[in-house]
Design a protein around this ligand. Structure first.
Ligand SMILES: Cc1cc2nc3c(=O)[nH]c(=O)nc-3n(C[C@H](O)[C@H](O)[C@H](O)COP(=O)(O)OP(=O)(O)OC[C@H]3O[C@@H](n4cnc5c(N)ncnc54)[C@H](O)[C@@H]3O)c2cc1C
Length: 842
């Protein structure tokens, strides 16, 4: 970075020194820069006096710089020549980069044939945010932030460029100029996190410190508030305040259940260690009264004038944060929140121009995001390599005091360590997240599109807890996923699902406990405590369900397909209310996430905005997710000796086979808690028909769809475009919107007493019934390879065509229309999508 016009070289050196202290420049680079700016003689005579103040504040850095200086000036002429050559290369690079982009911070190439030997490898994976170095602040693409990531080296890696037609680019709003790099990025990110400590001088005249309030963003990489804190140019005090009442919110959210608390404890411990590696640490505090009160005390104690945090989107936490911000601002404290928890800020998503038809489905959500794009997502931010420390740290409490990992005790005083298996199953650190991501992108991702349902193979990313606790940012995940060799659209859409859940929660704050479709509250839900307990403990007598529930209990996780299987069993076959499932998941999942969990359980419980158009059968589903029984063998070892074709239905085994396998029902393995699955399904359907009749005002006469009361935000969006949204009728105060409704329900309405088997839209999934299933998949994969090569060729041509049209100002050809999962067809009278008829009651 050359000095700006008129800048005194001494001032420039000081400015560069701040960069070194903040970890954005390494000592060798700094020295090289000094030689090039001050010149050989000046550096020889003035360098040591210039860095003298460091000798007391940061002895290690001072010693490092002194030794570089001594080394350099004790070299022979030949050495000097070599170094000078290297320096001029550095300079050339710097000038070239700065002239290419005025805004981007000049970086030395981290590798490549021309890498100057005298310059260390401190360069980062992507150009860093426009922070102090440039002297300019720029608005972040993410809300509320004043930090922005520069575009990474544009136009220099065409092979990594995003396809313009790439769905995810539209979905996630990544700018086309922001090109992801390959796995090198992930490795470099990890390397960066482990680099040497460089601390700021603890000068008594340092500016007032910044309070960096960590909540669910326990990472160094791509952390906007952390990067923002460096911009302030003041010591940074990272704090974590534990306030269980505030986390829980107004209803029964079980926001931080047992498994989550345990994860949080471990994650905090790992994160504190990461902060220590960069010369800082995390101050733990308990909010005795409220977080606001604790923050006010901290402000008083430390003299901080700035509080920074990444935004949370649960409505009750947002409300709390808004109150904290306004109270602190009244006291003259600058407060800033940064967006990073989701790809899209859920409060910025609008249905304007899209309407409400199909609301609740991910395709509707993605259309809303495309139609109303927010600010660009930007590139992930690097991990800082140091954090300026305050002269005096506030007094915190030990992490253990927060009681997040407290284990119950037996009467004899011994501890019940229920988390032992969770500990064995996960690495709770940010590096653990990176490793998982890397492993997934190198392996599981290749099977994701077709085989993500398999419970017996690690075909999904297993990143959900890391995303939940912010040990990996969704932006970074998307960035790496888009830069990977294999990019299944299905995986990238999952992040849209995540955002959709947060959007729903912001519109329906009571999503975790209140059914959105009123009639279904009146269903004959069961209150059989025995059934619930059997389901929770994995003792239903259905091996697939039991295996999944035991995996959940032991590891805190199960894959998406298995979550559907156990949820279907609880709701469609045991008639237990979805809230029971939700609460159990919240307590036992390490990734328990109020927004996602509530949305999924509402949908599964027939009450959400989007009905699942399927019911998983507890035996047939095994064809898809555990065709050889190895998943069941792992989690229900008492059934291990049963043959593949009977392991999912042991009650069908002849007594001799059971004897040989050592299976005794009611002793070694549970009896089935319900046996009449078909009858139960029929009754469930009849019950639904009954309540839909009883609460006819919540069923749209025209389409047969359920009607859901609209939240005020959607009403105002819809009314704002009333002329386009022709269906909205403002007759009363409560607006009702027809929503996606399972076809079998609509049909059942016509013949309420019919049994499930005679319903042509019976939603029970049969699973893949094919003995040659794996061979077929292998064949398809092979064929797909050829197809994908051809597909890429076509896409390249389309891209060129599109670029040409853009340059020539010609209109783009219309986008090809994809086939949505629930696209209605004219032939099917029950698949008429809810449309115009928005009615109102009262
Ligand atoms: C009844 C039920 C309850 C669920 N509860 C939770 C929960 O509490 N927390 C949670 O993170 N996920 C939940 N899910 C969604 C999904 O099952 C998990 O996100 C997924 O299994 C996590 O594994 P993964 O990281 O390997 O997912 P991948 O398939 O690799 O997906 C990558 C990421 O996308 C997101 N994602 C995936 N599927 C969904 C989805 N359907 N909705 C929203 N986001 C999704 C997750 O953040 C996930 O980590 C639930 C699903 C069901 C059916």
């Amino acid at each position: 970075m050359p000095p700006s016009a008129g800048e005194d070289s001494k001032v420039f050196v000081r400015r560069m020194l701040v960069e070194v202290l903040a970890g954005r420049e390494d000592p060798e680079g700094f020295f090289a820069m000094c030689v090039s700016v001050l010149g050989h003689r000046e550096t020889s005579s003035r360098f040591l006096p210039l860095i003298q103040p460091l000798s007391t504040a940061n002895g290690a850095l001072h010693a490092a710089l002194t030794s570089i200086h001594t080394d350099y000036f004790s070299k022979t002429q030949d050495d000097e020549l070599e170094l000078a050559l290297s320096l001029s290369l550095v300079e050339m690079d710097d000038h070239r980069l700065s002239s290419t982009s005025q805004e981007s911070r000049p970086q030395r190439p981290a590798d490549g044939p021309n890498k100057p030997t005298a310059v260390s490898q401190g360069s980062s994976r992507v150009p860093r945010a426009g922070v102090i170095a440039s002297g300019k602040k720029r608005d972040s693409p993410q809300t509320g932030a004043s930090v922005k990531a520069n575009s990474p080296q544009t136009n220099n890696t065409p092979e990594h460029a995003f396809k313009e037609s790439d769905a995810m680019m539209n979905d996630a709003n990544l700018s086309p100029s922001e090109k992801p790099k390959r796995s090198k990025n992930r490795r470099q990110r990890r390397k960066g996190a482990g680099r040497q400590v460089v601390g700021l001088p603890r000068s008594p005249s340092a500016p007032p410190p910044v309070l960096l309030w960590f909540r669910r963003d326990l990472r160094l990489g791509d952390n906007p508030s952390l990067t923002g804190s460096l911009e302030v140019g003041a010591p940074v005090i990272p704090v974590f305040i534990w306030s269980p009442e505030e986390e829980e919110g107004p209803g029964i959210t079980v926001a931080v259940g047992g498994a989550c608390k345990y994860w949080l404890h471990q994650a905090l411990s790992c994160f504190s260690a990461s902060l220590e590696r960069i010369g800082s640490h995390l101050v733990f505090l308990e909010a005795n009264t409220s977080s606001l009160h604790t923050l006010k005390e901290l402000v008083k104690e430390t003299g901080a004038r700035t509080v920074l945090a990444n935004a949370l989107y649960e409505p009750w936490l947002k409300e709390r944060d808004d109150a904290v911000v306004s109270a602190l601002q009244k006291d003259g404290v600058v407060c800033k929140t940064f967006h990073s928890y989701c790809l899209r800020d859920p409060y910025s998503v609008s249905t304007e121009g899209v309407g409400l038809r199909g609301i609740g489905s991910v395709s509707h959500f993605m259309t809303c995001c495309r139609q109303n794009p927010g600010s660009a997502l930007g590139a992930p931010l690097d991990s800082p390599v140091s954090l300026p420390t305050p002269a005096r740290w506030p007094v915190g409490v030990p992490l253990n005091t927060l009681g997040l990992a407290r284990m119950p005790r037996r009467k004899d005083g011994t501890t019940i360590d229920w988390a032992a298996n969770i500990r064995k199953s996960w690495d709770f650190s940010e590096e653990g997240a990176s490793d998982r991501l890397e492993a997934f992108l190198n392996d599981g991702v290749y099977r994701y599109e077709k085989e993500s349902g398999r419970a017996d193979a690690p075909n999904t990313s297993c990143l959900s807890p890391y995303l939940h606790f912010g040990q990996l940012s969704p932006r970074w995940l998307l960035w790496d996923a888009k830069g990977a060799r294999c990019r299944p659209p299905k995986f990238q859409r999952k992040l849209a699902w995540r955002d959709l859940a947060y959007w729903q929660l912001t519109m329906f704050p009571d999503l975790p406990w209140e059914s959105l479709r009123p009639p279904y509250k009146a269903l004959r839900w069961s209150s059989d405590g025995g059934h619930l307990k059997a389901w929770q403990r994995g003792r239903t007598g259905y091996p697939l369900v039991d295996a999944a529930m035991r995996q959940l209990w032991l590891t805190g996780w199960m894959n998406n397909y298995m979550r559907h299987v156990v949820a279907s069993f609880l709701i469609a076959y045991l008639y237990l209310p979805w809230q029971e499932g939700y609460r159990w998941f919240q307590d036992t999942l390490v990734d328990a996430d109020v927004a996602i969990d509530a949305m999924m359980w509402q949908n599964g419980g027939m009450c959400g905005l989007d009905h699942w158009n399927f019911v998983m059968h507890p035996v047939d589903a095994a064809m898809t997710c555990d065709p050889y029984g190895s998943y069941v063998r792992k989690w229900c070892p008492e059934l291990a000796d049963l043959p593949d074709d009977l392991i999912h239905k042991p009650w069908k085994c002849p007594p001799s086979m059971l004897r040989r396998a050592g299976v005794v029902f009611g002793q070694t393995y549970a009896e089935r808690i319900v046996t009449d699955l078909e009858e139960r399904r029929s009754r469930s359907l009849q019950d639904v028909a009954l309540v839909r009749r009883e609460f006819g005002q919540y069923v749209d006469k025209h389409s047969g769809c359920d009607l859901v009361p609209l939240p005020p935000r959607l009403v105002s969006q819809a009314l704002g475009s009333a002329h386009r949204d022709a269906g909205l009728v403002a007759e009363g105060k409560q607006f009702l919107l027809p929503v996606i409704t399972r076809m079998e329900f609509k049909h059942q309405q016509e013949d309420p007493d019919a049994d499930a088997a005679s319903n042509p839209y019976n939603a029970v999934l049969k699973g893949y019934v094919s003995r040659k299933r794996d061979e077929t998949v292998a064949f398809l994969n092979e064929r797909d390879f050829t197809a994908s090569v051809m597909h890429e060729g076509v896409q390249r041509r389309e891209r060129l065509e599109s670029n040409y049209r853009r340059m020539e100002g010609l209109p783009q050809p219309p986008a090809p229309r994809g086939r949505a999962r629930r696209t209605p067809t004219a032939k099917d009278k029950f698949s008429v999508a809810p449309s115009g008829a928005v009615s109102s009651v009262r």
